[in-house]
Design a protein around this ligand. Structure first.
Ligand code: NDP
Length: 331
C-alpha cells in the first residue's frame, strides 16, 4: 500500500487562523475507525470552501482533514457490515467538522457512516451529486411530505439557483413536474438554468431588501440556500399552506422575518440538515435522486478538478463564482 499520500489538512496558520493546505500523510495519521476506504472521488461544497479558505470556522479541532463527501472502495474492515471491495459513499456525519474528512487517498471511517454506492450512479456521478444534491433531494422530500399541495398550486422557487444545491433542486423539481422559477444573481447563467428545467429566471436582487412581512402570494413552495433577507422575503411571498425548505446561508445566517406568514397563511419553514440525517432519510433522498435525476443534466452541471486546485476553488465557491458542481479527483 502507498507509503505516503496527499491530503488537504485544516490547520492553524502563523496568525492562528485555521485554513487548508495540501500535505503528505501516511496511514498512521488516520483515525482508528474500523473501515479503511480508498477514496477515488470527492466533491467541493460551500462548507469545504469556508473550511479551506479560512472564511468560516468549520473544523472544530485542528489539524483535521477537510472534505465532507467521499466515494471509494473498502480496503480493509474490522466491521461485519462491510468487506474489502464494497463500493461506498459518505456524506456529512461530521467529516471535516469533528471527524477526519474526505480530501485524502485513504480514510478510516465508522461503519454506520457508510452507504452503499447507489447502483444508478458511478462513483464520479455520486460525487457530482454529493452533499449538495443529496441536500436538494432532502428539501424536495420535505416539501412533498408537507403536503401534496405543490403540484396543484403553482410555482416553486429555487434561490441560489446556479450553485450546487440550487442546480440540483431545479433538476429534481422540474423532473417531478413542478414549474420552477430560478432566482440568480448571474444573468449569464439563465440559459444554463433553463437547460436544467427552470421555466423562468428572476434576479436575486428582488429578494435582497428588507420588505413587508406579508407580500403578494407568488410561491407554493421554495428551496432556499441563501437565508437572511432572501429567506424572509420568500416566506412573505409564499402562498396559503405553502412551505419553504431552508437549506443554506450563502447570503447570511440571520433571518429578519416576522411570524405573520406562519400564523396568517399557515406557511411552514422546513429545516433541512444533511449532516446528521438518519439512514432512512438518506436512503429516501438517494432513491429520489436515482429515480428523478437525468444523467445528461447531471453531466451538464458538473466539472472535474484535481485536489491541487482546492485552494483556488475554495475561494471561488465562497465568492459565489462556482456554477453547479465540482467533482474532486483524488489522486
Ligand atoms: P454554492 O456556492 O454552490 O451555491 C450558493 C449560491 O448562492 C451561489 O451560487 C449564488 O447563486 C448564491 N449566493 C451566493 N452568495 C450570495 C449572496 N451574498 N446573496 C444571495 N445569493 C448568494 O453552495 P452550495 O450550493 O454548495 O450550498 C448552498 C448553501 O447551502 C450554503 O450556505 C451551504 O452551506 C448550504 N448547505 C447546507 C446543507 C445542509 O445540510 N443544510 C448541505 C449543503 C449545503 P446565484 O449566483 O445563482 O445567485
Amino acid at each position: 500500500m502507498t507509503e505516503s499520500f496527499a491530503a488537504m489538512i485544516i490547520d492553524q496558520d502563523e496568525a492562528g487562523r485555521p485554513n487548508g493546505r495540501l500535505r503528505e500523510i501516511t496511514l498512521a495519521d488516520l483515525p482508528d475507525h474500523p473501515v479503511l476506504v480508498e477514496i477515488s472521488h470527492s466533491s467541493l461544497n460551500y462548507k469545504d470552501g469556508l473550511a479551506i479558505s479560512g472564511k468560516g470556522r468549520i473544523a472544530r479541532r485542528t489539524p483535521l482533514i477537510a472534505g465532507i463527501d467521499l466515494a471509494g472502495v473498502v480496503v480493509e474492515s474490522r466491521s461485519p457490515e462491510w468487506k474489502a471491495g464494497d463500493k461506498v459513499i459518505v456524506n456529512g456525519w461530521g467529516l471535516s467538522e469533528t471527524e477526519s474528512g474526505a480530501f485524502t487517498r485513504f480514510q478510516r471511517l465508522k461503519p454506520e457512516w457508510l452507504t452503499p454506492l447507489p447502483s444508478a450512479f458511478s462513483a464520479e456521478q455520486a460525487m457530482a451529486i454529493g452533499t449538495a444534491g443529496y441536500t436538494a433531494a432532502l428539501a424536495v422530500l420535505a416539501l412533498e411530505d408537507w403536503g401534496n399541495l405543490i403540484k396543484a398550486r403553482g410555482d416553486v422557487l429555487v434561490t441560489g439557483a446556479a450553485g450546487g444545491v440550487g442546480s440540483m433542486a431545479i433538476s429534481l423539481l422540474s423532473a417531478r413536474g413542478y414549474r420552477v422559477v430560478a432566482s440568480t444573481g448571474r444573468a449569464g447563467e439563465h440559459d444554463y438554468l433553463r437547460s436544467l428545467g427552470a421555466a423562468e429566471c428572476i434576479d436575486r436582487s428582488e429578494f435582497s431588501a428588507v420588505s413587508r412581512p406579508l407580500q403578494a402570494e407568488r410561491w407554493s413552495g421554495a428551496v432556499d440556500s441563501v437565508g437572511s433577507t432572501t429567506l424572509a422575503n420568500v416566506l412573505a411571498q409564499t402562498g396559503y399552506g405553502g412551505a419553504v425548505a431552508a437549506c443554506g446561508l450563502a447570503g447570511g445566517s440571520d433571518l429578519p422575518a416576522t411570524v405573520l406568514p406562519h400564523i396568517l397563511r399557515g406557511v411552514a419553514l422546513l429545516g433541512i440538515d444533511s449532516v446528521m440525517a438518519p439512514p432512512d432519510k438518506r436512503q429516501r433522498a438517494w432513491d429520489l435522486l436515482s429515480g428523478s435525476l437525468e444523467a445528461e443534466k447531471l453531466a451538464s452541471m458538473t466539472c472535474v478538478a484535481p485536489m491541487r486546485d482546492l485552494p483556488v476553488l475554495a475561494e471561488e465557491i465562497v465568492a459565489g463564482r462556482v456554477r453547479g458542481r465540482v467533482v474532486i479527483e483524488i489522486a
